[in-house]
Design a protein around this ligand. Structure first.
Ligand SMILES: Cc1ncc(COP(=O)(O)O)c(C=O)c1O
Length: 471
């Protein structure tokens, strides 16, 4: 296991300050940083190294007490190489000194090296995305990547020169999404989210003349997909799918489902957009749109989170060459910046040379077994089932645990492990069962078997402690 590093020391008086409303608060970021959670956790981070966070209690009787906490979250599943990666550090240092910062109006040697490494002859992803069929763009975040993917779909039914619907595509006004979907929070993708909580009260895209209507079908039900296409296939512009649903509770679809969705798209002339922002490099392979037959073909694939190696926020949109935007219509300052390219390339080369994906595949099998044996079986009061692969697992909570989610999280941290919780798909149609919030166990790719065992032991200890204190 990674040994605990040295962290800055802070003294108790430095921990609190008077905030603008005259009351005492912990740390200034608590006052200044907009609270988007409603209830933040009462801990501060002093830093992290490898898989270990050094947290400190910010309030209560234990205020000032420091905790070493194992990371099974990876910062919303983005820090695939953990904290303080020398590989990322060296790439950043070199690129800041040498790479420059031209936008894509000027060719960049650093960008060329990354794209050749990925899509050139013999490239890492060249088989899945041959360079004569696909091209790419970069964005700042997963949400922006998904916005560009949608934009490509909308532009596809549009004649850029005449500024009117393209011949024969004008009637394609449906974007098909799935119940429980999460694709980011920005305006364009909002209508794809089918939870009222995420959407109601916020503007949606105009339905006509060039907007789209979003329809949701239950995820993982092949009959529902076939039925929808049988009735509306000629109106479907695009299907937007997460290969494994994240926010819905790490929901893995049945074998064959994604390939059948791809076939329905091809047969009806709809575009298939895969949101692999979360699943990228998480399921034991780079792309979760894969089955025993190999890559499942997509028209657009968006990857993010781990792509930035935990150091940069970035995403990449890989789209068929015929999918483009109108000239100058979607230029972004941050489209594959040379510095970003250098970090991505160094990280991916490292993942490849160290065999981290292959290792995470085996780790995933081990983790799935341990989560079942150490959490789901012994604690039926708290957990209903675990699912997932690689370094992306979900342990679904019971109603009892879901009702006290905040306390459960705090107990886990005090037991030495940091996990995040997904909202859960809730009640859906198609007789799909209610999905409660789900604990996401998604350690960085550098996690070893010993680390994974320690994560599970601490989760089990936290579960015991939670039950003792909430009998
Ligand atoms: C499946 C999926 N798509 C898109 C996003 C949005 O990514 P970002 O937070 O980088 O904007 C997320 C983030 O959680 C996600 O899980």
């Amino acid at each position: 296991m990674t040994s605990a590093p040295d962290f800055p020391r802070i003294e108790l008086p430095e921990m609190t300050h008077e905030n603008p409303s005259g009351t005492t608060d912990a740390w200034f970021d608590r006052t200044m940083h907009m609270d988007q959670y409603g209830a933040r956790l009462p801990f501060g981070s002093l830093g992290a190294k490898g898989l270990t966070h050094r947290f400190v209690e910010l309030s209560g009787a234990d205020q000032g007490q420091e905790l070493d906490v194992l990371d099974a979250s990876g910062g919303y599943a983005s820090a695939c190489l953990g904290a303080g990666s020398p590989v990322v550090g060296a790439a950043l240092t070199r690129a800041v000194a040498e790479a420059g910062y031209v936008t894509d109006e000027i060719h960049s040697w650093e960008r060329a090296k990354l794209l050749a490494f990925l899509f050139g002859e013999g490239g890492l992803w060249a088989e899945r995305f041959p360079a004569d069929q696909y091209h790419v763009a970069g964005r700042n975040s997963g949400s922006e990547g998904m916005e560009l993917a949608l934009r490509l779909a909308l532009e596809h039914r549009f004649d850029h020169r005449r500024l009117r619907p393209a011949e024969g595509r004008g009637q394609r006004d449906i974007v098909l999404a799935f119940e429980g979907a999460w694709h980011g929070w920005t305006g364009g993708v909002l209508p794809l989210l089918n939870k009222r909580h995420y959407r109601v009260g916020l503007p949606s895209v105009a339905a006509e003349p060039y907007g789209f209507t979003v329809r949701h079908i239950p995820f993982g039900q092949v009959d529902a997909a076939r039925d929808f296409f049988a009735r509306h296939g000629d109106r479907v512009l695009a299907v937007v799918v997460e290969a494994v649903q994240g926010d819905a509770g790490i929901i893995v679809p049945p074998a064959g489902y994604l390939r059948e969705v791809a076939r329905l798209c091809t047969d009806s002339g709809a575009l298939l957009v895969a949101d692999e922002v979360l699943t990228f490099a998480k399921t034991g392979q780079f792309f979760a749109m894969t089955d025993e037959q190999g890559p499942i073909p997509t028209d657009v694939t968006v990857v993010g989170k781990s792509l930035g190696m935990g150091a940069l926020s970035t995403s990449m949109v890989i789209a068929r060459r015929h999918l483009t935007v109108r000239a100058t219509g979607a230029i972004s300052t941050s489209d594959l910046r040379p510095l970003t390219c250098a970090v991505i390339r160094a990280g991916l080369e490292h993942i490849q040379s160290e065999g981290l994906l292959e290792r995470s595949r085996e780790l995933g099998e081990h983790l799935a077994k341990r989560l079942d044996e150490e959490l789901v079986t012994p604690y039926p009061e708290l957990y209903t089932e675990s699912r997932g692969a690689g370094v992306m697992h979900g342990v679904e909570l019971t109603r009892r645990a879901a009702d006290r989610l905040g306390e459960l999280r705090e107990t886990m941290i005090r037991s030495g492990v940091f996990v995040e919780f997904m909202g859960g798909a809730g009640r859906r149609s198609g007789n799909l069962r209610y999905v409660f919030p789900t604990m996401r166990v998604a350690p960085p790719l550098i996690c070893t078997t010993a680390d994974a065992d320690a994560v599970v032991e601490r989760l089990a200890a936290g579960s015991r402690r939670f039950l003792e204190t909430h009998a």
